[in-house]
Design a protein around this ligand. Structure first.
Ligand code: ADP
Ligand code: ZN
Ligand code: ZN
Length: 798
């Protein structure tokens, strides 16, 4: 039996299958999709069996060292998906497989040197190295011995040392110590005076199964010492019982029942059910204004899928994975739901993944990577807020969850539902062309009106002498809500609003010495941080250029807004939500709960408050500097501006109280801001499509971004020029290759960056050519330091 294995060595040379012999003892376990440990050069590495065959073309193959999984962690479908993913995103196959599995399943193998003789027989440096231990790791030996390292080789040859391999798991299963009585014994072995032992014995006698140690001790009111005596007498055994970590901390959630659908909802539901029951794949765009009851549709569609005995994947953007959203799904489906998002620890993620893998749950609610949930009988995949850019992974593999969902939907004969109040331009265009089926919800539940939106011209405010970040109108409205005891939300678009540090005398801006990007000021540690490489520096007291002490931080961070509110409305209770205040686990949830319970008048925050909030007493939404995103050099900046404004506006007036939205802007005449006034999505799209057509952008053209980086500026320039020339020669006439040009962020972590943009409508040679570039140029040993990253359908051009 020969196994064809992809090894966990992401490099151009190793991006293929390697043959290994399967020893007899592993043959029952060796299946496509299991993880294995295999010898690879001088190392042992993890790999995945892709296929089993009868023969190999090689004359000699090494045996597999170990099979790690009793049941495959990747099904046949996921194996194929992985290969497809590596082809469509141009990445190494093993990277695609890793992306589909929780980090906990990534195993490292450590090489260990074991002492076979008494250490005094060894040369002195080795005696010092082992220092009384029986084994040391290969890395430790290498680092400590330095030039004496060759002594290891002689000691191995002399059989004084041997090499073994030790698997290092990333995360273990969580276990809890349990106790139970050993059957067949009674209490006669316990002396009468040992009252406590009798008490513990009596507690355990009443249990039908093993109970957690802590529980047993608590019930009996005894300590561990008592338990120890019983264990020594062999009356009681202690065992490790596997438990799941519970991200929701066993919180009790009241069950909810399906609501009676409105007429519009009923119509949408009927179209959906038809597709669900026919077991056919179709991609559907559910365009429904905020508060139109999309989530209720998702819940009921999932319900009908479960009734058919199938499973459902529900994707929501990371920032929308608010406790409110999760609670709605738990309330409807209880323990059938697994949750997956980046806020979970590696162990929790692993546990949620195992619940799916063991088919103990039927629904997963999660962020982007939940699209890889190892279900085997998927009945529906739903992507809420489908326009959100968090569905695109910005590291290898650079996939979009929407593409993966459609791939899996086709494979399972299941519908894919894309929901949004402001669909992406691309999806909307596809639905208009009939590639996706369009479903629409045009009204808010109970006919609640959309909130009234007013745009304030901040240039005019300045002319009127108001230099504060709040317009007169917003101040007035906030005061009004405080008096009426209604709640307000203040939204600050953080992107483009980082707090940088600048010298007021010479204009010097403090920036990272490894990356061409300015530092962000962090108040907590009174320090400067680089958001690209993580470098941290103390806040300088004087300018490093001119020595002036007029060095200050600038920009309107949320903290600064908070201070400003405190000055204007000393009596207002404010909850601030941003990366700083939500870093601690559970903080997000606590802050929102406090706001929901009316413990604050104003909720101030960044993107993370733009979605998913459903509080009845919010009647005012204020947007500070709506256009901060508009000036990012990106063809999607108008689309993003419109979407986020619509999104925050949707937080107001969701219940009986009417909502009002005040948008502050320096470019109020821009269509992305102007059209929010009437919530006019259709007109926005019409205008945006013209702009895209004129500029040659998606959906009229496809785009790909190739980024080159190197520690030497000259090498990156020459390599990028050479490769761009090759691309131009390979592609057809109509395909446009722009560049190479220096990237907007010219240097990250001491690597110089150049990029080129490819625009194409139909380019049959695209994948093949990019694949050639990746394999040829990265294999070329003179290009060791060159790194090339490819992003098909890029969302960020930095
Ligand atoms: P969306 O996801 O489109 O923003 P939601 O599903 O959150 O909308 O619905 C908005 C509000 O209306 C929620 O409070 C929800 O419980 C309520 N709702 C939804 N559908 C119905 C219905 N058919 N009858 C009554 N209330 C509903
Ligand atoms: Zn200066
Ligand atoms: Zn940096």
């Amino acid at each position: 039996m020969i196994a064809r294995v992809i090894v966990d060595v992401p490099a151009a040379q190793t991006d293929r299958m390697f043959d290994y012999e399967v020893p007899k003892k592993w043959q029952a376990f060796a299946k496509p999709g299991v993880r294995v440990i295999v010898p690879f050069g001088p190392r042992r590495v993890q790999g995945f069996i892709i296929a089993l065959v009868n023969q190999t073309e090689l004359s000699k193959v090494k045996p597999i060292s170990e099979v790690l999984d009793p049941v495959p962690v990747l099904s046949e479908e996921l194996l194929e998906l992985g290969i497809w993913l590596s082809q469509t995103t141009i990445c190494y196959q093993v990277r695609a497989f890793q992306a589909m599995l929780p980090a906990a399943l990534k195993t490292k193998v450590n090489k260990i040197l074991v002492l076979e003789v008494d250490s005094f027989n060894l040369p002195l440096p080795l005696q010092t190295l082992f220092a009384g231990d029986k084994a040391v790791s290969w890395e430790e030996a290498r680092d400590k011995l330095k030039q004496d390292f060759p002594l290891i080789k002689s000691a191995i040859d002399a059989k004084q040392l041997t090499i073994t391999y030790e698997r290092k798991e990333n995360t273990r299963k969580k276990t809890v110590k349990h106790v139970a009585l050993v059957p067949g014994w009674d209490a006669t072995a316990i002396p009468d005076r040992a009252k406590k032992q009798h008490e513990l014995y009596a507690v355990l006698k009443n249990k039908s199964a093993a109970v957690p140690v802590k529980q047993a001790l608590d019930e009996a009111g005894v300590t561990r010492a008592t338990l120890k005596s019983l264990i020594e007498k062999k009356l009681v055994v202690e065992t490790d019982v596997e438990v799941y970590r519970d991200p929701l901390q066993s919180e009790v959630i009241e069950r909810s029942n399906p609501l009676v659908l409105t007429e519009e909802q009923t119509r949408v539901m009927a179209s959906l059910k038809k597709v669900i029951n026919e077991d056919v794949h179709e991609t559907m765009l559910l365009h429904g204004v905020t508060g139109s009851g999309k989530t209720e549709i998702y819940l009921q569609a999932i319900d009908s899928v479960l009734k058919k005995g199938q499973e459902a994947i529900m994707l929501v953007p990371e920032i929308a994975l608010t406790p409110q959203m999760v609670t709605r799904f738990k309330a409807r489906f209880g323990d059938l739901v697994a949750i997956m998002h980046s806020g979970l620890s590696n162990g929790e993620k692993y546990d949620e993944w195992r619940k799916i893998h063991r088919q103990e749950v039927k629904v997963v609610v999660g962020a982007r990577s939940a699209v890889f949930a190892p279900f085997s009988n998927i009945g529906i995949i739903i992507i809420d807020e489908e326009h959100e850019t968090t569905y695109k992974q910005e590291e290898t593999p650079r996939y979009h969850a929407r593409d993966v969902a459609i791939y899996r939907g086709e494979r399972h004969g299941a519908p894919v539902v894309l929901g949004s109040a402001t669909p992406s331009v691309e999806s909307y265009a596809r639905a208009k062309k009939g590639v996706y089926k369009m479903l629409a919800l045009t009204e808010r539940i109970n006919g609640r009106p959309m909130p009234d939106v007013r745009v304030v011209d901040m240039r005019q405010e300045l002319r009127n002498g108001n230099r504060s970040m709040f317009s007169e109108e917003l101040i007035h409205a906030l005061r009004d809500r405080l008096e009426k005891k209604e709640q307000s939300v203040l939204f600050l678009n953080r992107r483009g609003y980082s707090t940088f540090v600048m010298c007021r005398d010479c204009g010097y801006v403090a920036s990272c010495s490894h990356c061409d990007i300015s530092y962000t000021y962090h108040r907590n540690g009174h320090s400067l941080k680089c958001h690209y490489c993580g470098d941290e520096q103390p806040m300088p007291s004087e300018c490093s250029e001119c020595g002036s002490d007029h060095i200050r931080f600038f920009g309107s961070g949320t903290q600064k807004v908070e201070e400003e509110i405190a000055k204007l409305f000393p009596e207002a209770r404010v909850i601030r939500m941003d990366v700083d205040t939500t870093r601690k686990k559970g903080a997000h949830k606590q802050l929102l709960e406090a706001f929901g319970e009316g413990k604050a008048d104003i909720l101030l925050g960044t993107q993370m408050i733009a979605k998913g909030l459903d509080f009845p007493r919010i009647t005012l939404v204020g947007v500070l500097a709506a256009d901060s995103m508009l000036h990012i050099p990106d063809f999607r900046s108008a689309e993003r501006t419109f979407q986020v404004l619509e999104q925050v506006a949707g937080r107001a007036g969701r219940d009986v109280l009417l909502g009002e939205v005040i948008v502050q802007s320096y470019t109020p005449e821009h269509y992305s801001i102007e059209l929010v006034k009437h919530h006019d999505y259709e007109q926005f799209i019409a205008k945006e499509m013209q702009v895209r057509k004129y500029g040659g952008y998606p959906p009229y053209y496809y785009m790909a971004l190739v980024t080159f980086s190197d520690t030497e500026l000259a090498s990156v320039i020459s390599a990028s020029q050479k490769i761009v020339r090759f691309l131009k020669e390979s592609f057809s006439e109509e395909t446009i290759v722009l560049g190479p040009v220096v990237s907007p962020i010219a240097r990250i972590k001491d690597r110089y960056r150049y990029q080129c943009v490819i625009k194409y409508r139909h380019e049959p040679k695209l994948h093949q050519t990019l694949e050639t570039v990746m394999h040829h140029y990265l294999r070329d040993s003179t290009n060791k330091k060159l790194a090339i990253s490819m992003d098909l359908h890029p969302y960020f051009f930095m």
